[in-house]
Design a protein around this ligand. Structure first.
Ligand SMILES: NC(=O)c1ccc[n+]([C@@H]2O[C@H](COP(=O)([O-])OP(=O)(O)OC[C@H]3O[C@@H](n4cnc5c(N)ncnc54)[C@H](OP(=O)(O)O)[C@@H]3O)[C@@H](O)[C@H]2O)c1
Length: 173
């Protein structure tokens, strides 16, 4: 069986993944809330993300509990090679096929951002969507769901965590 793909991402109530100028302060205010990330990440064998997200993670010093093969989509010249990170201009479907060969028994985490998430949604390549809803209306910023194909979903789980975080899990309907 092909490894499952999971778009696991945090959004504001108005469906944004970043405020203006890539502001993530609304999210970092909740960094101390235990929303079971470690259990999710334990099941992950590879990561796919866009170059903008990757660069921001590098800038803010984002650390994951362990290294997993990471595929960064970019059309630009890649930076110096790094352990476990592949910069690629291959088609998103080919990148996924490559990630599936690298992920062992784990699932594939599509980290985002909006640009990359939309492409995988449009291609019908997102098996599971886990939205962590933060109780804030940003009013401006980067919408996760801009224009694209219609995607029918079925809700399979809702969880609530401290300080009003709600996590919704959907599979394709
Ligand atoms: N709230 C959350 O949980 C969360 C999660 C992830 C990200 N974010 C935020 O989302 C924002 C970034 O999202 P974004 O939509 O602006 O950008 P993104 O999806 O992270 O990255 C877009 C970039 O990826 C590359 N790319 C996209 N599709 C490609 C393709 N088919 N082939 C080759 N390269 C491709 C291009 O990079 P090049 O320009 O290098 O060609 C493009 O500029 C940031 O603010 C980030 O912090 C939030």
């Amino acid at each position: 069986v092909a490894a499952e793909t999971v778009l696991y991402i945090a959004t504001s109530l108005d469906g944004r993944i970043a405020g203006p100028d890539d502001d993530l302060s609304w999210l970092s205010r909740y960094a101390d809330v235990d929303y079971d990330f470690d259990a999710f990440f334990a099941g992950i064998g590879a990561i796919i993300e866009g170059r903008r997200t990757y660069d921001i993670e590098q800038r803010i010093g984002w650390q994951l509990p362990r290294k997993v093969p990471t595929f960064v989509l970019t059309r630009a010249a890649p930076p110096a090679p790094r352990d476990n990170v592949v910069f690629t201009n291959d088609a998103p479907s080919s990148v996924l096929a490559t990630a599936r060969r690298s992920c062992g028994d784990g699932a594939i985490w599509i980290v985002g951002g909006a640009d990359v998430a939309r492409q995988y949604l449009d291609l019908g390549l997102v098996d599971r969507l886990v939205l962590s809803l933060v109780p804030v209306i940003l009013g401006a910023g980067t919408p996760l769901f801009a224009n694209g194909n219609r995607v029918e979903l079925a809700l399979c789980e809702t969880r609530t965590f401290d300080r009003g975080l709600v996590q919704l899990t959907y599979v394709r309907g």
